[in-house]
Design a binder for this molecule. Sequence first.
Ligand SMILES: [Zn+2]
Length: 152
Amino acid sequence: MKLQKRKFIKILGFSSLILLFPIKALLAATKKIINLNLSKEQKNIMFNDGTERPFTSDLLKEKRKGFYHCANCGNKLFASTAKYDSGTGWPSFSEALPGAFKTKIDYSFGMERVEYHCAKCGAHHGHVFNDGPRESGKRFCNNGLCLIFKPE
Ligand SMILES: [Zn+2]
């Protein structure tokens, strides 16, 4: 009886692995390079789930009114009113514009984090955490290289 139970768990483990594959393939298929002028580093972050070095983004100092757009497809992602200084070294936002992103659980580095991608082009932008200081409780930790700021 015990053996059977173990076998069942094993089968369950296998089938969930198989189930994950088509989802990953589907996600990869929706990713699309639109901006042909993206740098090697931008491509690494947006299409290879890379991360820029902290405290390197020019956008950390950006305090003007306006909107932040996807550097690949131009999709409007954040309003300047949602931006705040989290002290982490990456541009941080308390909320995204409705429908701007799609999220997925990322299990890399032995952590369970929520990764988000541009809903329009599929480019990876960052991770969202539940330790934000404002009402939403969210902290969108975004790679600055994935964003283009357009002042109002
Ligand atoms: Zn995009």
